[in-house]
Write a protein that binds this ligand. Structure first.
Ligand code: DSN
Length: 419
């Protein structure tokens, strides 16, 4: 149990504490393979659970609308200094409450309502905030989409260039939430320049790899780069925006007073702690292990007979195409539910040329950042791929899944999360 929760909450609100404890047990006793999740350190959680939650600080360091901001000013300035150093950016805004709000502020800094945005199709691995009609980005702006090449299931930069020339967007957004390959930000930058558009890169999924120089850095090629801080970057839930001094001046006004009120200084402190961790040499070792684990898992899944979209991975995630697995009858929805019963947490995902609905799907997205944080290495990836195959082959047989669960828990017990 996290010791800092034990005293007051136990006395005052045992009901909520009991749910937190149940969640802690769920996290301890399961293999977390949702590609966008990770385990923040105890230090990150302590900063986030601190007295900073009590402070209003609308504005920016040394330019606040409230008194008593001398301590949060220092904290926010440290967060900015660390994150700009981490990614080699000139300036940063560390106040976005989430990746969605980071994207909204970035777009509003570069476009007017009604302008055009060209983003990656959600069903090909993009994100809701890249122009989806059910999201602000597709409602405030006129959205067009690029997708994956039909022959390679990869981004085809010539095709994207042609689409950009025809659509004439003000902003091209690059970045994905379910794409297992490197993204060529230089190519995106050149396409954007060619059509007179701004490039926004949403590097939320791969930020940790970028910080460790294991994925090309988008900073030199983009007008603005956005990210969340809780995925491969392993910090608290939240967002950031990076860019030139000039661009960030505009972004600052769009975040506050544009779309947010008081910044969450407790989260900003936790971001600063996480950026400090990411600047330390062992973060690179962690990210290298993420890549090794992802490759080992991909190979092992292929040996089990699974087809992987693009045939493998170059980052932290893998897209499994179930439509060709042993008759193709198992849906992403079934596989997710069955694996959940065995304490393996994954999410169903559409695959290229998907025939099923997004609520059912023919694919699974699996990731290794959280498993790697808890210390698992390539030999465990082989074991896990066998459990995934057994879980899917079980056809939902509760006895088989129960016996898998016992094996999963015994592996988890060897790799405790918070010691
Ligand atoms: N919801 C996140 C993901 O799972 O990829 C993206 O914001």
């Amino acid at each position: 149990m996290n010791s800092f929760l034990q005293t007051s909450l136990k006395k005052q609100d045992p009901e909520i504490l009991s749910w937190i404890e149940k969640e802690e047990i769920r996290q301890e006793r399961g293999l977390e393979m949702i590609a966008s999740e990770n385990y923040a350190s105890q230090a990150v959680m302590e900063a986030q659970g601190s007295v900073l939650t009590n402070k209003y600080a609308e504005g920016y360091p040394q330019k606040r609308y409230y008194g008593g901001c001398e301590n949060v000013d220092e904290i926010e300035s440290i967060a900015i200094k660390r994150v700009t150093q981490l990614f080699g950016a000139e300036a940063a805004n560390v106040q976005p409450h989430s990746g969605s709000q980071a994207n909204m502020a970035a777009y509003l800094s570069l476009m007017k309502p009604g302008d055009r945005i060209l983003g990656m199709d959600l069903s090909h691995g993009g994100h809701l905030t890249h122009g989806s009609p059910v999201n602000f980005s597709g409602q405030i702006f006129e959205a067009g989409f690029y997708g994956l090449s039909d022959s390679t299931d990869r981004l085809d930069y010539d095709q994207i260039r042609e689409q950009a020339k025809a659509f004439q967007p003000q902003v091209i957004v690059a970045g994905a939430s379910a794409y297992p390959r490197l993204i060529d930000f230089e190519a995106f930058g050149s396409i954007a320049r060619e059509v007179g558009a701004h490039l926004v890169v949403d590097m939320a999924h791969i930020a940790g790899l970028v910080a460790a120089d294991l994925h090309p850095n988008p900073i030199p090629h983009a007008s603005l780069v956005t990210s969340t801080t809780h995925k491969t970057l392993r910090g608290p839930r939240g967002g950031i925006i990076l860019g030139s001094e000039e661009q960030i001046k505009t972004v600052n006004k769009k975040i506050f007073p544009g779309i947010q009120g008081g910044p969450l200084e407790h989260v900003i402190a936790a971001k600063a702690v996480a950026f400090g961790e990411a600047l330390a040499p062992d973060f690179k070792v962690y990210q290298q292990q993420v890549l090794e684990n992802a490759c080992a898992l991909a190979e092992a899944l292929q040996s089990e007979g699974f087809d992987l979209v693009t045939g493998g991975t170059e980052n932290h995630l893998i897209l499994v195409d179930l439509s060709s697995f042993e008759g193709g009858d198992v849906t992403g929805k079934d596989a997710e539910a069955w694996l959940d019963l065995a304490h393996i947490t994954v999410n169903k995902n559409t695959v290229p040329r998907e025939k099923r609905s997004p609520f059912v799907t023919s694919g699974l997205r699996v990731g290794v950042p959280a498993l790697t944080t808890r210390g698992l290495k390539t030999s465990e990836m082989k074991q896990i791929s066998s459990w995934i195959a057994q879980g899917i082959r079980s056809g939902g047989d509760l006895k088989k899944l129960e016996s898998l669960k016992t094996e999963v828990i015994s592996l988890c017990e060897k790799f405790p999360l918070y010691r």
